[in-house]
Each structure stands twice: as structure tokens, then as C-alpha cells.
Write a new protein. Structure first.
Length: 229
């Protein structure tokens, strides 16, 4: 356990900060996913064929393409795109995209694709009579959405959103390829420096298990809170 002490003789502080980085990326990506879900849920529910095609394309691509490939596309392709635009304005130096932003955005787009399907399914599970009843009472759209539809959507969506969060949290391990020092990257560095890979990779697995266990308890508590049926 000397390898895990804090200070110059151990890797405890480095792994602690790497864990905080993992949590930060996961939360940021999850919120980005919510933002994209907020955009694409009405797009997928639209009766307009073009809008529906755009929404279906988004969820199909980001759920069907491997996560690691998406991260590579954003990290290397993003730099290439920015450099191409910069060259138009006469700047020819290399431009590297921030690894945190790249990781959070790429994982956030993946998370958003899953969250879109979760919210879409929850909305479709609500009987159409409730929409019609709210309209017949003369309620404004924003009013019946907040007080009638949203509570039911949350009740139906929270269990699956917990699964989306778990996927998002574990996907953060993939962004180690960008050089961002999160749990997997720090474990790799520590394993190489000490020549003790089994210990550090097992410890990384324990950290992920702790994070996912507490996450599960949190979402279970939310589910009980909103499960008023």
C-alpha cells in the first residue's frame, strides 16, 4: 500500500486528482448530452420528414460508431479543421485542441444520443389523452409541460438515465488516448514508472466500481423520489 501514499513516495495524490478529473469530464459530458437531447428530442418527434431524418441520423451514428473512433475523429479531425480555417487567415502553426474539451464534447455527443432516445421513449409512453386534456383546460404549452408532462417524463426516464450516466462515466477511460490525465491515464503512468501494472490497474478498477456504485445509489434514490405511481 506504500504505492498509494500521498507525497513524493507514492501515487495517492496523483490518482486522487485523476479521479476528480474523471468525474469532471463525466459530469460535463453528461450535461452536454442533456443539451443535445433537449435539441434532438423534438426533432425526432417532429412530423417533418427532414427534421426526423436529421434526428435519426444523429442517434444512429453516435450510437453505432465505436466511442473510441469518435474521440479520435474529434481530437485529430478537430485539430485539422481548426488549422485549415486558421490557414485561410494566414496562420500556419500547429494548433492542438484542448483534451478536456475534446473528450467532454465527444463523449457528450454519445451521451446525448442515448439520452435523446431515453427522453423520446418516455414522452411516447405518456398517453395522448393527457396532452389533449391539458389543451382542453386552456393551459399554455409551457405550463402543462412543466406541471403535467415533465414529472411523468422524469419518472419514466430516470432509470434509463442512470444507465446513460454509467456509460458516460466508463467512457471517460477512453479519453486517456488524448493525453488527458484521468484515472486510466494516471494508472498507465504509475504502472510504467513502478513496473507494477497489475496493482494499479486493479486499483483503477476499484475506483470505477466505487464511482459506479455510488452513482447507482444516487439514481435509485431519485427513482424512488419520482416514482409516485
Amino acid at each position: 500500500m506504500e504505492l498509494l501514499i500521498f507525497g513524493d513516495k507514492g501515487w495517492g495524490d496523483e490518482l486522487f486528482y485523476a479521479t476528480l478529473m474523471t468525474i469532471s469530464v463525466a459530469i460535463t459530458a453528461f450535461l452536454i448530452g442533456f443539451f443535445f437531447a433537449f435539441i434532438f428530442v423534438p426533432v425526432k418527434l417532429s412530423k417533418n420528414k427532414i427534421l426526423k431524418f436529421i434526428g435519426n441520423t444523429y442517434t444512429t451514428v453516435f450510437r453505432g460508431v465505436p466511442e473510441l473512433l469518435i474521440i479520435y475523429l474529434f481530437f485529430f479531425g478537430g485539430s485539422g479543421a481548426v488549422m485549415y480555417v486558421a490557414k485561410i487567415f494566414g496562420y500556419n502553426e500547429y494548433i492542438e485542441i484542448n483534451a478536456f474539451l475534446t473528450g467532454a464534447l465527444s463523449i457528450g455527443l454519445i451521451s446525448g444520443a442515448y439520452s435523446t432516445e431515453v427522453f423520446r421513449g418516455a414522452i411516447l409512453s405518456i398517453g395522448s389523452g393527457q396532452f389533449e386534456g391539458a389543451k382542453s383546460l386552456g393551459l399554455k404549452k409551457i405550463t402543462y409541460f412543466i406541471y403535467v408532462i415533465l414529472p411523468q417524463v422524469l419518472r419514466l426516464a430516470i432509470p434509463n438515465l442512470g444507465n446513460v450516466w454509467q456509460i458516460t462515466l466508463k467512457d471517460t477511460a477512453l479519453i486517456s488516448v488524448t493525453g488527458l490525465v484521468e484515472i486510466m491515464r494516471q494508472s498507465y503512468i504509475a504502472a510504467g514508472s513502478t513496473r507494477n501494472p497489475l496493482f494499479f490497474y486493479i486499483f483503477a478498477a476499484v475506483i470505477y466500481l466505487i464511482l459506479t456504485t455510488f452513482s447507482l445509489k444516487f439514481f435509485n434514490k431519485l427513482e424512488r423520489k419520482y416514482n409516485f405511481s
